[in-house]
Design a protein around this ligand. Structure first.
Ligand code: CO
Ligand code: CO
Length: 344
């Protein structure tokens, strides 16, 4: 998708565009002086849940997430909205309110936006913030010996598809909505406090697709332990019903040649790791020397986190059934999630 841009805008003509055309990351980064950068992103999508307020809130949390993934707080946002003319004004108002209250929770402001008429609703944000060039969290820079930390459970794709097909339990939908509408603000601040330099957020490419991005940008191998990966409470149930969205199958087709699964991890387990996510958590590369400070500030912020793997020399992604080392650090306790404890 970026190819025509690379033909028109030669990266060498834009030395202040630090991340963008030739090196895409979670957001575009443009240098404005010796230390500061402007970081900008946009994201929008069709409804993922039935409740208009939470649709707006999730769309906003998802759009702001790309700034948090880069270690930057949003300053202001602009609404992007396409709504059917037939849609009740009250419903449209709820979508906008859900988004706006989420932006306010993030400490930012909605400064305007643009709306058009369209047959299928679409909503999202442009979001912008300032950062320090030397402190950004990028997909490059992951070093061997680090731990992989995830800050939300996965399984939103398979759960929201089950919802769309009318087979999801109310409690599972609630669980998914609670996680999807949660901002990645605490995760981002904890990462910054610990000095984390590499990471991303888990969205459309799923856990393993985004892991491939880090692996390739950093030139390292990422190894995951399936029994350490947190899932939404209903994810396995809907995975067994094969309620994966099309994007999850696309992810597997596109990324599977760079992923090696240990024998015994069945197809359902593999697909769950490729499941396309909406407003997922951050996947952070925490160096071993940063882990205790990470844990300390996570406790202060009340952030749940799971240590799901490690970084080593090499390339590609490896998924093992379980941790074999007895000295592997433990995750934070806390919120209720499901673990793939018995993949066989
Ligand atoms: Co992202
Ligand atoms: Co994005």
């Amino acid at each position: 998708m970026l190819r025509p841009l690379q033909e028109i805008f030669k990266p060498e003509d834009y030395p202040d565009l630090l991340l963008g055309i030739d090196r895409p990351d979670d957001a575009a980064v443009y240098r404005i002086d010796d230390t500061r950068v402007v970081v900008a992103t946009l994201d929008f999508f069709t409804p993922v849940v039935d409740d208009p307020y939470y649709y707006g809130a999730i769309a906003a949390a998802n759009a702001l997430s790309d700034l948090y993934a880069m270690g930057v707080d949003p300053l202001f946002a602009l609404n992007i909205s396409a709504m059917p003319a037939s849609l009740d004004a009250e419903i449209v108002g709820e979508i906008i309110r859900g988004g706006a209250e989420k932006v306010r929770e993030a400490g930012a402001v909605v400064a305007g936006g643009h709306s058009i008429q369209d047959d299928e609703p679409k909503f999202g944000l442009v979001a912008l913030g300032f950062g320090e060039a030397s402190k950004l969290i990028k997909k490059e820079g992951a070093v061997a010996g680090s731990y992989l930390v995830l800050t939300k459970p996965i399984g939103t794709g398979v759960t929201t598809t089950a919802l769309r097909d009318g087979v999801a339990d109310a409690s599972d939908i609630q669980d998914a909505v609670r996680w999807m509408s949660r901002l990645n603000v605490s995760a981002s601040r904890v990462a910054r406090a610990a000095g984390v330099r590499a990471g991303t957020d888990i969205t459309g490419f799923g856990l393993l697709g985004h892991a491939v991005e880090i692996s390739e940008a950093s030139g390292v191998r990422l190894r995951f332990f399936l029994d350490r990966i947190p899932f939404l409470t209903g994810a396995k149930k809907y995975a067994d019903m094969w309620k994966f969205p099309g994007g999850s199958s696309d992810n597997r087709l596109f990324f599977q040649d760079r992923v090696r699964f240990e024998t015994g991890i069945d197809e359902t387990g593999q697909m769950m790791l490729f499941d396309a996510q909406t407003s997922g958590g951050l996947l952070l590369v925490v160096e071993s020397g940063q882990l205790s400070s990470f844990r300390e500030s996570a406790d202060q912020e009340g952030l749940s986190f799971w240590i799901v793997g490690e970084v080593e020399l090499g390339d590609g992604i490896e998924v093992l059934k379980s941790v074999s080392r007895s000295d592997f650090p433990c995750s934070s306790s806390g919120e209720s999630v499901w673990f793939y404890a018995d993949p066989a």
